[in-house]
Design a protein around this ligand. Sequence first.
Ligand code: PHE
Length: 337
Amino acid sequence: LKEEAASSIESVSTLEQLKDLRVRYLGKKGELTAILRGMKDVSPEERPVIGSLANEIRSFLEQEIAAKEDQLEREALEDRLREEKLDVTLPGKPYPVGSIHPLNAVIEQVEDIFIGMGFEVAEGPEVETDSYNFEALNIPKDHPARDMQDSFYITPEILLRTHTSPVQVRSMEAKEGRVPVKIICPGKVYRRDDDDATHSHQFTQVEGLVVDRGIAMSELHGILATFAEKLFGMKLETRLRPSFFPFTEPSVEMDISCVQCGGDGCRMCKNSGWIEILGAGMVHPRVLEGAGYDSERYTGFAFGMGPDRIALLKYGIDDIRHFYTNDLRFLRQFQSV
Ligand code: PHE
């Protein structure tokens, strides 16, 4: 029995089989157990001899099984280590990595700068009513300014917004006469333009509005000049030129001293000159009153800029249509932005 058991233990190759063997010899109904149980039928003289022999065999088998178990476990571990070994020198699988769209990169940067100056980000609908898009902004039906913003009408009263300025009105209404109002609103706008290198029927704007007691042109200039320097990451000259918007009075356009930008940042142009970057002005009293603000107590300024224009400038891009045609060769150039 001892030899037979020893050789079957020897030949076992899995832990499963070894367990079966243990049951077969040492289990409750096992062969050796049967012998030990049969001791009562053995004569008293033979009992000690057979008993000690059986015990010896039992501890021998237990040892053998334990040793085999050790060996099988070690082998299993080695197999796993061999199978799961990683060759860290093999070339990896390349996973496609997306990139931030240059327009979104500019919008996020503009948001960060204004949030840093205490502004909140507001949003408004792209499908807007004529009254928010025009009337509440002091642009009545027959006003020539409507021609500057040739529109996509859905019904006579509903259109795709031509600028983000309706969000000024919506933000003031939501504040119900309380101050300060200090918001920026980034978003898409639509105009009936023929697409070319500098025009797109859909483009982006970031609107800004501050309303409080005692807001003057100096606040407008200070905040927008600080913004421009942060945006281009350098000292800049800024100037305000008189302009016209129906919803601001006086109205200005802000220019920055000419910058040229490339992959390594921006610097001053060789020849001096100016670049227009935004429109702005003091909020027209009629717009304040229409949105529930007493124009004797409160004043404010508003501004609007085009991230498309800024992105063209910042990244040295020559055609606005690149932003909207999703050519991966174009978009991949912004993976480090
Ligand atoms: N809404 C104007 C435009 O689209 C820009 C602007 C916004 C000007 C706010 C002044 C104040 O042309």
